[in-house]
Design a protein around this ligand. Structure first.
Ligand SMILES: *Cc1c(COP(=O)(O)O)cnc(C)c1O
Length: 458
């Protein structure tokens, strides 16, 4: 499999290189040149690990041996604390939930980041090289990446998060990991500021000369493909065959839903993909009327979706522009310089063929947490609740509608308490986090300060 960049379709890179680099030097995101086909039928009766192998293998067959890939996958999911890894449960008939919070840090990010951490380790093992991973988190990526990289010898990890804008549990899950290679940086800004700094650091040739930079954000293709796995896995858990199925995905950076689109391209019989956003609704405005204008990031009960620039949306745009990297580069330049862009009718039409989007307000989030708790005894976290708000309105129950449960509710206990009047139960490993000591550095929203901090620390 060869890879090119959304901003340069002449590139020809292999899986190892694009995983280690994360983001292309031209500022674009890596994309595979082809969409391998994997049928649901060929996966019948396989376990999660085996399904993961079949889905991921065609993307990396030149870079990793079959045997190594199988063992990486096995190691990755062995510590997940559910027999089915990502169980599908029915609320009522064809209204279902795919639960994705059985990894070590209790959000779906673990499914991809634990895999990515093991891939890094595999590639570095023979190369006697050190890498510096830099990432930005709106909450869950950070802890999942830290857990995936802690105590790995050749990896330094720098994680930027918006100061005072993530939940307390989310922060403590990062800052209480005491390993000298892990650096948590609270940036005085919002998530988009953090993400912008990361993008600029990647474009900084001087920094790239001084250290091997690697990315863990969902721009890394290995994350997308690891997430594609559980869309197949969800379909395999249905009790009978359906000619089509729909997914509802709470969305922020567009990684999770793009992974669903990849599954569809690979042949999974997905009909509609529903995007749920919180009141940071740029994805909804873009898809419903082509209005890609950046507004101020609002703080909501679903912080991991508090995003205005959805990085992975660039992949979708590239696809909808027939992989024309020149046109896409011009579009992205204008969008980032002016802070807005109006999509053509033709592109809007293409997007609408793939996605249905909806906005869910904070008030609706709380209302839905309460509704599902009372009606089904199902306690959803605030991100999951955005999806459930759409699920509630589905009328056609002949088609399975699978809504993704993105995180364990106890990561967002204050919102849960507001919704149902009491705190959720904490899993054992989260209970003692409040007593542990924290370690993090607060820095200005200033790329120079952050760059020098990184260089000083490696
Ligand atoms: C990351 C995250 C999201 C958003 O997913 P994207 O892939 O960024 O669209 C939603 N909910 C939770 C709990 C998350 O951690």
């Amino acid at each position: 499999m060869e890879y090119f960049s959304t901003r340069n379709s002449n590139l020809n890179k292999n899986f190892r290189d694009i995983v280690m680099e994360g983001l292309s030097i031209d500022g674009g995101l890596y994309m595979p040149r082809e969409w391998p086909k994997v049928t649901l039928h060929s996966l019948k009766n396989l376990q999660y690990d085996e399904v993961a192998f079949e889905v991921i293998h065609p993307y990396c067959n030149e870079s990793i041996s079959e045997e190594s890939l199988r063992s990486i996958i096995k190691n990755t999911y062995k510590s997940f604390h559910h027999l089915k890894t990502a169980p599908l449960t029915s609320l009522e008939g064809n209204k279902l939930i795919l639960e994705l919070f059985y990894g070590p840090t209790f959000a779906f990010k673990d499914y991809a980041l634990q895999f990515l951490g093991n891939l890094f380790e595999h590639f570095l093992k023979n190369e006697k090289k050190q890498i510096s991973i830099i990432g930005a988190t709106s909450g869950d990526t950070g802890s999942a990446a830290i857990d995936a990289c802690k105590f790995k010898k050749n990896i330094n990890l720098f994680m930027l998060f918006p100061h005072n804008k993530i939940s307390e549990v989310q922060r403590k899950q990062m800052t209480t990991v005491i390993d000298k290679n892990i650096h948590c940086i609270a940036v005085e800004g919002n998530f988009d500021d953090c993400q912008k700094i990361i993008k600029n650091l990647f474009a900084d040739k001087d920094l790239r000369k001084q250290t091997n930079l690697a990315a863990v954000n969902s721009i890394n293709w290995a994350r997308i493909i690891a997430q594609t796995v559980y869309y197949y896995w969800a379909a395999l858990q249905l009790t009978k065959d359906f000619s089509k199925l729909n997914f509802i995905v709470p969305s922020g950076n567009f990684g999770n839903i793009y992974a669903a689109n990849v599954a569809k391209k690979m042949g999974l019989n997905i009909d509609k993909l529903f995007i749920a956003t919180n009141s940071n609704d740029i994805l909804h405005r873009t898809i419903s009327k082509g209005d890609m204008s950046i507004q101020k990031v609002k703080k909501t009960y679903s912080p991991s979706m508090d995003i205005q620039i959805s990085s992975n949306f660039e992949r979708q745009l590239f696809e909808s522009m027939d992989y024309d990297s020149e046109k896409l580069s011009n579009l992205m330049d204008e969008f980032l310089n002016k802070g807005s862009y109006g999509l053509s009718r033709e592109i809007i039409k293409k997007l609408k063929n793939l996605y249905i989007s909806n906005v869910v307000s904070d008030q609706d989030i709380l209302k839905n947490i309460k509704y599902y708790y009372n009606k089904y005894k199902y306690l959803a976290d605030p991100h999951t609740a955005t999806g459930l708000s759409l699920l509630k309105k589905i009328k056609d129950t002949s088609v399975p509608h699978i809504s993704l449960a993105c995180a364990h509710p106890s990561k967002f206990s204050s919102a849960i308490k507001k919704a149902i009047g009491k705190e959720p139960q904490y899993p054992d490993s989260l209970k003692n986090i409040f007593e542990k000591k924290e370690k993090f550095t607060i820095l200005k929203n200033d790329i120079k300060k952050i760059k020098s901090y990184i260089l000083k620390s490696i």
